[in-house]
Design a protein around this ligand. Structure first.
Ligand code: SF4
Length: 448
């Protein structure tokens, strides 16, 4: 599919460099991958544009974590194929990321519109693929480009890829491969690059952040990584996302508590609380161990903000299992919870289990969990009225409203703090004066 003639112009000899547009779907991990591909493409002398209708090539970085995400990726691809520059054949489509990783040759047969497919494992080759598709040769090396990280004071850094846990409902291990930690020096370099570009908040992500370093010849820990980064970049906030319960060590909690620039925040996906359901999910724990975990976290890091993820309507989930989950959620009082009705994913073990739950029941159960989580979460947010907190000023909404983020709010999932004044990129001291659902409104404290 990519064996196109490349004996054409060097990029530097063309009147204008080809314009490439990245369209990114799915989670923050894909955003990191797109930013890395953008860097490679810019350093090879291509232009990067935001508008797909103005591009010579569009790279759609797809998500196929669940069926709904695959459908959204396909809809996006077909929308792009309907643009004038695609209809008249002047622009080329490249499909990257999770969809080619998950569906391989089947996708190539189905999606003839694409000129190349770049699975996650081959994204480092994006320049070669673009050159082949567009029939150009790259610049030897072009350093004079704006960092893709200069656009926002907040950025993600991936500390590992893949997953070995094989939860029975999840396709990620088949899409992203086995767990592999990125070397400490690579993570430091990625952080340093963003800090140099003006980033003030780094969110550390992976499929399973708590396992970082376990696979090295000389094993290391996420706590050590966090400690090194927090000391080396004292003016930068660090936030750890997606930590499986097994990774929540006392050492890690003590590291979070010890550093003012490490957000007192953890996102621990628990998925369920009933033991039989968790076992069917190929996951450890039960309601009792989950309660003990939450208590331990709060005892070691007082005031910590906690997020979790839950699945309703997993195959075999009985009324009793579901009630156990609801009761656990009432007790645990998470600040935020992501709730999903179970989605049967092709190629996963859970999709073949007996006792698949009716679609309507799944949706009703998910809604009931969401209602419980929202009643608790909104109450915890409104209890912050009158308190003071640091807020990183992030930018303006389309209507001009200034907003920022406090340490108790993770990017994209937890809401923001609306402000009247402040400079983008500054960290300001704010008093919370009002809340609306999960959003907060703050006033600058005197003198800050
Ligand atoms: S730990 Fe997360 S990424 Fe890994 S298999 Fe389970 S749900 Fe999927």
């Amino acid at each position: 599919m990519t064996n196109i003639d490349v004996t054409t112009a060097h990029l530097g000899e063309r009147a204008a460099a080809p314009a490439v547009c990245f369209v990114t779907l799915g989670c923050a991990k894909n955003e990191v991958d797109s930013a890395e591909m953008t860097k490679r493409v810019l350093s090879a002398g291509f232009d990067v544009v935001e508008d797909p209708s103005a591009a010579d090539a569009v790279v759609v970085n797809t998500c196929s974590f669940i069926q709904a995400a695959t459908e959204e990726s396909l809809d996006t691809i077909f929308d792009i194929c309907g643009l004038d520059n695609f209809e008249n054949g002047s622009a080329k489509l490249i499909v990257a990321g999770c969809m080619p990783a998950r569906y391989g040759a089947d996708l190539e047969d189905e999606l003839q519109e694409a000129k190349a497919f770049v699975p996650c494992s081959r994204e480092d080759d994006i320049v070669e693929v673009l050159c082949a598709v567009l029939g150009v040769r790259p610049e030897a090396s072009c350093d004079a480009f704006d960092s893709p990280y200069a656009e926002s004071p907040s950025s993600y850094v991936k500390i590992s890829d893949g997953c070995d846990r094989f939860c029975s409902f999840c396709a990620i291990p088949y899409i992203r491969g086995r767990y592999r930690s990125f070397p400490l020096d690579d993570v430091r370099a990625a952080v340093a690059e963003r800090v140099a570009a003006g980033v003030r908040e780094i969110t550390l992500i992976a499929q399973d952040t708590g396992r970082w370093g376990e696979d090295f010849d000389e094993p290391d820990t996420t706590a050590h990584l966090l400690d090194v980064l927090a000391r080396e970049f004292p003016a930068t906030w660090f936030r750890l996302m997606y930590i499986e319960p097994q990774g929540v060590s006392d050492e890690l909690l003590d590291t979070i508590a010890a550093h003012d620039n490490v957000c007192s925040y953890l996102d621990v996906p628990l998925q369920h609380a009933s033991k039989p359901v968790l076992r069917a999910m190929n996951r450890a724990g039960d309601a009792e161990s989950h309660r003990a975990l939450v208590e331990r976290i709060r005892a070691r890091v007082p005031g910590i903000t906690l997020r979790t993820t839950l699945i309703a309507g997993f195959p075999g989930e009985t009324d009793d299992d579901f009630e156990e989950l609801c009761a656990f959620l009432e007790d645990a009082e998470f600040d935020y919870a992501g709730v999903f009705p179970y989605s049967a994913e092709e190629g996963t073990r859970a999709a073949t289990l007996d006792g698949q739950v009716d679609e309507e029941v799944k949706i009703e159960r998910a809604q009931r969990i969401r209602d419980i989580a929202d009643a608790i979460g909104e109450g915890r947010v409104s209890a912050r009225i009158g308190s003071e907190m640091d807020v990183l000023v992030l930018g303006r909404e389309e209507d001009g409203q200034l907003f920022g983020r406090a340490m108790c709010q993770a990017p994209e999932v937890d809401g923001v703090v609306y402000l009247e004044e402040g400079e983008v990129g500054d960290i300001v001291r704010v008093r919370i004066v009002d809340t609306l659902v999960y959003e907060m409104e703050g006033e600058l404290c005197d003198g800050r």
